[in-house]
Ligand binder design. Structure first.
Ligand code: ADP
Ligand code: MG
Length: 725
């Protein structure tokens, strides 16, 4: 067999499951050990310093520089006790990953070594902004960027380094990361939601977003991974024939977890627990070697930071197990891809989930106000919401007859949907409606609601699941901050409108509850087109969505144009989340990233075809030629009747080799032509139209050759080898 592949398979066969990170005692005894939470902090600083952190963490108060030295020295004391030697600001640049620059605590003065970490090092670092995507926000003469501690996220220790969660901004203050705008969006949402919630309860002072992030991923043996240049460079297989058996038997989902995988899971869970990440579920997913884990939901910033940490930990722990975690949304053709479902809800400081239907009519009116505002937000900005998850990698999944469809819609469940129909049909808001459905009684014009939590629709990109929305279209490799920031911002805009419409009606003499119900009815009626209860993967829905005027992501760079539309730019500005130049920068970066990633994929597929596939095919061709020549020697003119299969194979292989080599040439040309286009958005469009198509054609020849060439000679681990432990 091709030596590289054989070696990889031999090595993979030796890899087995064992634990590396077992801890003594119950999980509760080490849960959160590596995090310096507010409680622990109290023991490392004065009451005054502690209160300053508390005010900053809880209420966003500015941290007074005078106490920052004391806070820093408390953190240093804790970190060094825990064995840390370095510290780093950990920030989330616009690359969907995290960035860190480690500095040692160690310092020497007058020949004496000591650990040094002061307030200014805690509060601010200066990474070179020019090495991160900035979309033109950074002046060429001013490369500096600043990372600044976000006190609402606790510091923690990973790999002997004190990690300080930070925002990353340019010299002139524009956000160069995903965290800063997200913090702003949470603030905007809180303000707007409080204004609406105060219509029902004056005591509500703040509202927070809760997030539960379900993470899907694939696992691949490290040796096999190393034998696949495409997986290594792009996170997905750019060629590879589907396996005879993949997910058709539906025997993997929720099946027994293979022991090797289970040791890996237990190990990364142990590490996650030490970082205070409350992982709760683990199970097999639909595709072979695909799995999922989910923590218990928590406050949004923490949930996002923890998801980023989790991805890092999983990769690190996987190394010990000779595994690679594949976070790419579509690593393998023909089997399901991976997502990162974002369960999103909003709760008040008085402990009320605003998306939970209540038992009393007033509570329900409050629920309906929030629900209707979300509906309106998603309807108005449906393309923006989809574009916020439309990365190149996620685009291989979007609309591919699996989660998620390429067009946005909201699933409410039959009970709620019935309530909305009833509200829309009310001639007068004061009129009482008695619905036929037993569960829906509209008493005093206000519906009583008992939504069925088991009512699930897995084909909906944005589904209501009883007390929260599940944004299911987010990609598994994405930093969810981007998508969550869009959700928060558009809902904030919508809630602001809600309150102002109610105010206007009240000013005109309308009584409060009927004013509220009138606005609910208006929002629902105006947004009804976004509601869809049926099969989101069906052809009929695709057509109906079009007829309803819903815009789908048919082509990723085309969809990015939504960032240039006034409705988007104005919305972000109104809620004070992103200034127009920051939106513009994101538009540029999205296009730039799309082009770069596709360029790498196009190069890799060309390289693999020319240097691995074609040479193997030629070697096998030579064997066939030898064979046919021999048969001709033996049988003379009659030889054809003895080698029909060999002749057919020879012809087919020759044809695919020819096609492939000319398609690779065309692919290179398409790439070069696109690269000559200066405008990045136009270049991205050209890449998506021409380069992507050419890659498909190259792949087709490669996958056909894989079926024709002697298995022994095929140089790359096959799907059946990659996908099953
Ligand atoms: P499923 O796969 O059925 O959607 P999972 O248990 O895999 O369910 O994940 C559900 C996620 O939703 C978990 O992270 C859970 O903590 C989270 N969640 C539950 N209730 C809420 C809520 N009110 N707000 C936000 N997230 C929630
Ligand atoms: Mg799930």
């Amino acid at each position: 067999m091709a030596t590289f592949r054989q070696k990889a398979l031999d090595e993979a066969a030796l890899h087995s499951g064992s634990r590396f990170y077992a801890e003594e005692g119950p999980v509760s005894s080490y849960f959160g050990r590596n995090v310096l939470d507010l409680d622990k902090m109290r023991g490392y600083m004065s009451q005054q310093a502690y209160e300053a952190v508390l005010a900053s963490a809880k209420f966003g108060a500015k941290l007074d520089r005078s106490v920052s030295n004391e806070i820093a020295s408390g953190m240093k004391a804790w970190a060094t006790e825990m064995g840390a030697t370095h510290y780093t600001h950990l920030f989330q640049p616009l690359t969907d990953s995290t960035a860190e620059k480690h500095e040692a605590f160690i310092s020497v003065k007058d020949g004496k070594a000591f650990e040094k970490f002061n307030g200014s090092a805690l509060v601010q670092q200066e990474p070179d902004a020019s090495s991160f995507p900035n979309g033109g926000l950074r002046n060429t003469f001013e490369a500096r960027g600043y990372s600044a501690w976000d006190p609402s996220s606790p510091v923690f220790i990973m790999d002997g380094t004190l990690c300080i969660p930070s925002v990353f901004v340019s010299y002139t203050g524009e956000a160069l990361d995903t965290k800063a705008p997200n913090l702003k969006s949470l603030h905007a949402l809180s303000e707007a939601a409080v204004a609406v919630a105060n219509l029902f309860d004056e005591n509500i002072k703040s509202v927070k977003v809760n997030l539960g992030v379900e993470q899907e991923y694939f696992l691949v043996d490290e040796s096999l991974y190393n034998a696949r240049p495409d997986l290594m460079m792009t996170g997905r297989t750019v060629i590879g024939h589907t396996s005879a058996k993949d997910q058709q038997l539906e025997d993997h989902y929720f099946g027994a977890i293979p022991s090797r995988v289970s040791s890996f899971m237990k190990d990364f869970e142990t590490e996650a627990y030490k970082l205070g990440i409350l992982l709760q579920t683990r199970h097999n997913e639909v595709a072979p070697n695909q799995f999922e884990c989910a923590p218990v939901f928590c406050e949004a910033t923490k949930a996002i930071d923890q998801n980023m940490m989790l991805m890092i930990i999983m990769q690190k722990v996987a190394e010990k197990h000779h595994l690679k975690v594949i976070f790419h949304e579509k690593p393998f053709d023909g089997v399901n891809g991976s997502g990162k479902h974002c369960n999103w809800s909003i709760t008040t400081d008085t402990g009320v989930n605003l998306l939970s239907p209540g038992k009393t009519p007033t509570k329900n009116l409050q629920f309906l106000s929030f629900y209707a505002s979300v509906l309106r937000a998603v309807h108005r900005h449906h393309l923006l919401l989809m574009a916020s998850v439309a990365t190149l990698s996620n685009s291989y999944r979007l609309g591919g007859n699996e989660a998620p469809p390429a067009v946005m819609s909201v699933f409410s469940g039959s009970t709620l949907y019935g309530v909305f129909q009833a509200i829309m049909n009310m001639k007068d808001v004061k009129e009482s409606v008695e619905s036929k459905q037993e569960s829906i009684k509209i008493v005093n014009s206000i519906p009583e609601i008992f939504p069925d939590n088991t009512d699930r629709n897995r084909t909906s990109p944005f589904a209501f699941t009883g007390n929260r929305f599940e944004f299911r279209a987010v990609g598994s490799s994405q930093n969810v901050a981007t998508a969550v920031c869009v959700v928060n911002s558009i809902v904030a805009e919508s809630l602001r409108e809600f309150r102002s419409y109610v105010d206007a009606l009240e000013a005109a003499g309308e009584e409060r509850s009927s004013a509220v119900l009138a606005v609910v009815r208006r929002f629902i009626t105006e947004s009804k087109d976004i509601m869809f209860e049926g099969n989101g993967y069906s052809k009929e829905w695709e057509e109906e969505a079009k007829a309803r005027g819903l815009r789908a992501v048919e082509n990723v760079p085309d969809a990015y144009e939504v960032f240039n539309e006034p409705a988007t730019v104005e919305m972000f500005q109104k809620v004070d989340v992103l200034a127009p130049n920051e939106v513009q920068a994101r538009f540029e970066i999205l296009n730039e990233t799309y082009v770069k990633k596709l360029q790498i994929e196009a190069r890799i597929i060309g390289d693999m075809c020319l240097s691995q596939v074609i040479p193997a095919a030629v070697r096998y061709k030579n064997i066939l030629v030898e064979n046919i020549r021999g048969l001709k020697n033996i049988f003379g003119d009659d030889y054809l009747s003895y080698c029909r299969a060999e002749m057919e194979a020879l012809k087919a292989i020759s044809m695919y080799i020819n096609n492939m080599s000319s398609d690779v040439e065309l692919l290179v040309e398409a790439r070069k032509k696109a690269n000559r286009i200066d405008n990045i958005a136009q270049r991205a469009k050209m890449y998506s139209r021409e380069v992507k198509d050419m890659m498909e054609r190259v792949r087709e020849s490669a996958d056909n050759l894989e079926m024709l060439i002697d298995n022994e000679m095929w140089p790359l681990p096959k799907y059946r080898e990659l996908l099953f432990f």
